[in-house]
Design a protein around this ligand. Structure first.
Ligand code: FE2
Ligand code: FE2
Length: 246
């Protein structure tokens, strides 16, 4: 049975909003598994206890976010949800050593993905919408900020212990994994509707702008401060922007 949604939206937009919340739920479930694995890995590496604790807490946060996203998806009429994942996919190149793989994953998951989702949520929250939607967005945003800080703190820690320069040529792969394949492609006209904003969804062109701006303003400068060259990453971003605009 379909749950009534809080506002009436044209069908195409309603579906888009419902699907966005459903795919966020999926991302949150994946993130929960990734943080649980990261917490174990950080502990094994003897990382500062405070960072291990933050990673464990992040896994719990993500599970809670998944529940909120599921509720939102259902509120907008999403009936079918993907099965709950049981294991986190490995993203770090297998040829790296274990500590390098862990650092790769922390940078990809926290410094990049969590920083990007913080930027996206902040941008969505700049617009008025139903209080219920805003409460969920604000709740998730508060935690994602902490998750991204965990990444920057661990990268700074790792850079004091040894070189992190090996990450430079791997940044494009991390960026590739962090974006939906559709981000830089042309999307359906309804994906550009400003009405989406009030329902927690960035119109497509705005999403691309926010993504690229957060790379330039936060992600790349942050990586550079810790000794990771970003020329490969910047080239990747420029290439995506140009080929996406073509
Ligand atoms: Fe989350
Ligand atoms: Fe998060």
């Amino acid at each position: 049975m379909r749950t009534a949604h809080p506002v009436s939206l044209p069908e195409g937009l309603r579906r888009l909003v419902a699907e966005t919340w459903a795919s966020r739920r999926q991302e949150e479930l994946d993130a929960a598994l990734r943080f649980a694995r990261l917490a174990d890995a950080l502990e094994k590496l003897g990382a500062p206890e405070s960072l291990v604790g933050l990673a464990r807490r992040a896994a719990e946060d993500e599970r809670r976010h998944a529940g909120m996203c599921e509720l939102m998806a259902r509120t907008y009429g999403q009936e079918v949800l993907s099965p709950v994942p049981v294991s986190a996919r490995e993203t770090a190149p297998p040829e790296l050593s274990f500590p390098e793989q862990v650092l790769y994953e922390v940078v990809a998951a926290c410094c990049i993905s969590e920083t990007e989702s913080t930027a996206g949520l902040t941008s969505v929250l700049a617009v008025e919408g139903p209080p219920r939607v805003r409460a969920v967005l604000r709740d998730i945003l508060r935690d994602e900020v902490a998750h991204s800080r965990l990444g920057w703190a661990y990268l700074a820690h790792a850079s004091r212990e040894g070189s992190v320069a090996f990450l430079a040529p791997l940044v494009p792969a991390m960026l590739e994994q962090s974006v939906s394949p559709r981000l830089f492609a042309k999307d359906a006209p309804e994906a550009e509707s400003p009405i989406l904003l009030a329902h927690g969804v960035l119109p497509h062109a705005r999403k691309v702008e926010v993504f690229v701006q957060a790379l330039r303003d936060v992600v790349f400068p942050g990586l550079e401060r810790c000794g990771v060259d970003t020329s490969h990453g910047r080239q990747w971003a420029e290439h995506q922007r140009v080929s996406g605009a073509a």
